[in-house]
Design a protein around this ligand. Structure first.
Ligand SMILES: Cc1ncc(COP(=O)(O)O)c(C=O)c1O
Length: 304
């Protein structure tokens, strides 16, 4: 089997559009409406990669960053609570508010925003995972780059496989692949939900993203496919398949996956290959979505 690598710029750049205004402020744009925000608020699970990326770009743009971390896994392991992405959040200078599992995170972000406004600030809320039509544009770009690079090397892509959680990744890919009329099917390996729930979530966001792109009604429900068989005991909780996939990629390819998303995504792909889902002559692209900083929060999982 041939292994082809694509390095996709779109995935390494958060979709934050900014320009310096006449007044020297950052005119911060997220979504259709530009706002003169001075503070960004976002949320995620304790070891969220999205949150860490947001904290990084905020430090670059000199924006205050308020992050709300939901203690979703219940892990009391000090590495989970303070290492990995949390360490980086702190390094980037973000202000962290930790809240218990089950907190209404959108309401909690609104409360934080109200508090900041009361003190004269101008906050802007980015939804969890950046999974809004604007956030999904990062993966629309990614789809376009992927198709472009594959065309340049005359490589036919038969399947695209990736992890799917808050839905922005898969929704953006679907919209981008539809927009380029590539015909490449996408399989999302779920990291927290069952197949039906995930497909519903991805479809709703893919439709909105397509509308945002000016191609309304272009996403077919049947093109939204997720597999919920590899979640294991729950979001952020380890599975044997994930551990095997992370170790295999590290030892055979020198590639670091992450324990929560790409590790479970790759575990799904490995199992489906073993079960004969794909023909030997098919080209499968696994989209590595990053997140290796999360490995340091799972030290015991890999050293036990
Ligand atoms: C490394 C990594 N891969 C995949 C995903 C899943 O993407 P999405 O939440 O857009 O479905 C995430 C989500 O944060 C992630 O951090």
């Amino acid at each position: 089997m041939a292994v082809h690598s694509f390095l996709l710029n779109a995935m390494t750049v958060p979709v934050l559009l900014q320009e310096e205004t006449k007044h020297g402020n950052w005119n911060f744009c997220w979504g259709r409406h530009c706002k003169n925000a001075d503070t960004i608020i976002t949320q995620g699970a304790t070891q969220s990669n999205h949150v860490r990326q947001t904290a990084a770009i905020c430090s670059k743009l000199d924006l205050r960053c308020e992050i709300l971390l939901e203690h979703r896994t219940g892990s009391e392991d000090p590495d989970y609570l303070e290492n990995g992405n949390v360490l980086l959040d702190r390094l980037f200078g973000a202000n962290i508010l930790s809240v218990p599992a089950g907190t209404d995170m959108d309401a909690a972000m609104e409360e934080t925003a109200a508090e900041i406004r009361k003190n004269g600030g101008n906050p802007y809320i980015i939804p969890g995972g950046g999974s809004s039509p604007t956030g999904a544009l990062g993966y629309v770009n990614c789809a376009m780059e992927l198709v472009g690079q594959a065309n340049d090397r005359s490589l036919r892509i038969d399947h695209l496989v990736t992890a799917t959680g808050s839905a922005g990744t898969q929704a953006g890919l679907l919209a981008g692949l539809e927009g380029t009329r590539s015909g490449i099917p996408v399989l999302g390996i779920c990291v927290n939900a069952d197949k039906e729930t995930q497909e519903g979530k991805v479809f709703a966001l893919a439709e909105k993203t397509a509308e945002f792109l000016g191609i309304p009604g272009s996403i077919k429900r049947e093109s939204v496919v997720a597999n919920g068989d590899y979640v294991g005991p729950g979001y952020g909780l380890s599975t044997d398949g994930m551990i095997e996939a992370v170790q295999l990629l590290a030892r055979e390819e020198g590639i670091l996956l992450d324990p929560v998303y790409s590790g479970k995504g790759m575990a799904g792909l490995i199992d489906l290959v073993r079960k004969g889902k794909y023909r030997k002559d098919e080209n499968i692209v696994f989209l590595h979505t990053g997140g290796s900083a999360g490995l340091f929060a799972y030290r015991k999982t890999f050293t036990a």
